[in-house]
Design a protein around this ligand. Structure first.
Ligand code: SF4
Length: 363
């Protein structure tokens, strides 16, 4: 973990995994848990794809995947890779020719869905040899919708087992061909199935795991499903890279992934806001105030991570937020500023925000 927070605020250690490279980003081993997303622009529209990659990189995306459904998309990869600030992973279904084209184009990785790649078994030796000689990693991305027919019956009995069985078969094929630089995902649209599948898979080998709930849904439901499954798995020490799939602008995926890693202390948040839920004792517009504080601190980079409390009343607020480095508690016409639960100043209600920001800047 790259957070200096003490152990009482840390989850258990991460499962030991082999380290692979996705371009210049490491996944697995001791590396940080990375954040991924996927472009929604048509890949062959290189201008739009690169613009989206840039926007996603700016909000915190570290590995980007692009769909490669057609020859024109595969042909666009070299230009995208050459101009992308982060490693590009080609997402390949059905045609193995796109795997080779992606490797030739310099992609950092290729996601293959072995369940639907035509003649996958006969192609495996060539895929492994080509990826190995180019130093490109692969992802075995198992999907419920494209499981081998021989796993259908098992899928209806135990979807998680079927996903894992598929992944194990495909991992064995890679390893039998002397190829080890791959990660695995066993995503499902149901968060419980997803958790079970990854838990089972994690016990079977040291592959780095790419976590995600697939087809999770629109922003609200998708967030709940994706965050709950990924948080459970991370709390078990499972997971090396994450994608929070949403039926929404991928910017939301990155913001959520970043927030999740910060909340679980895999990443440091420069300023964390603790805000009370308000109750009948609150005599100020607390939600509005908390939003103003959040907006005011969003670009601040204090010399050390700070917890800042925004509380609704002066009676209970400082006590309830005594772990906060700094805080303010509203009251009728005035508010108090406090540090570690102790009152340090009383100010006029209208000055509370400015005074708090001043204190944060001095911290
Ligand atoms: S800090 Fe005050 S207003 Fe906020 S929940 Fe606690 S008692 Fe209620």
């Amino acid at each position: 973990m790259n957070d200096a927070t003490s152990d009482i605020f840390s989850l258990r250690g991460r499962r030991s995994t082999r380290c692979i490279n996705v371009g210049n980003v490491q996944v697995g081993g001791d590396s940080d848990i990375t954040i991924q997303s996927m472009t929604t622009a048509i890949t062959r529209d290189t201008l739009s794809t690169l613009k989206q990659i840039e926007t996603l990189t700016d909000v915190g995306c570290e590995i980007i995947r692009v769909a490669v459904p057609k020859d024109a998309d595969a042909d666009a990869l070299a230009e995208i890779v050459a101009n992308s600030p982060i490693p590009v992973v080609a997402d390949v279904h059905f045609h193995s020719k796109f795997v080779y084209k992606a490797i030739d184009a310099g992609c950092g990785g290729v996601r293959v869905n072995p369940g639907n790649i035509l003649h996958f078994e006969t192609e495996v030796p060539k895929i492994c040899a080509t990826a190995k000689s180019a130093g490109v990693s692969l992802r075995i991305g198992v999907n419920a919708g494209s499981l081998d027919d021989s796993l259908r019956a098992l899928y209806f009995e135990s979807p998680a087992e079927a996903l894992v069985e598929s992944a194990l078969r495909e991992a064995k094929m890679f390893e039998d061909n002397g190829f080890y630089d791959f990660k695995i995902s066993v995503k499902h649209h149901d968060p419980i199935v997803t958790v079970k599948a990854y838990e089972m898979l994690a016990k079977q080998g040291d592959w780095p795991l790419h976590l995600g709930v697939t087809e999770a849904g629109l922003l609200f439901d998708g967030t709940i499903k994706g965050v709950s499954a990924i948080a459970i798995l991370l709390s078990l020490g499972i997971g090396d890279t994450i994608r929070l799939s949403l039926t929404a602008n991928p910017i939301e995926e990155i913001k959520l992934a970043k927030g999740l890693l910060q909340a679980l202390r895999f990443r440091t948040k420069p300023v964390e806001i603790i805000a009370c839920p308000t109750c009948g004792r609150c005599e100020i517009e607390l939600i509005e105030l908390a939003e103003k504080v959040e907006n005011a601190i969003k670009d601040l980079k204090p010399s050390r991570p700070l917890k800042v409390a925004v509380m609704g009343c002066a009676v209970n607020g400082p006590g309830e937020a005594k772990e906060a480095d700094l805080g303010l508690a509203g009251g009728k016409g005035r508010g108090i500023l406090f540090a570690k639960g102790k009152v340090i100043k009383t100010v006029k209600e209208g000055d509370m925000l400015d005074e708090l920001i001043k204190l944060i800047n001095q911290a």
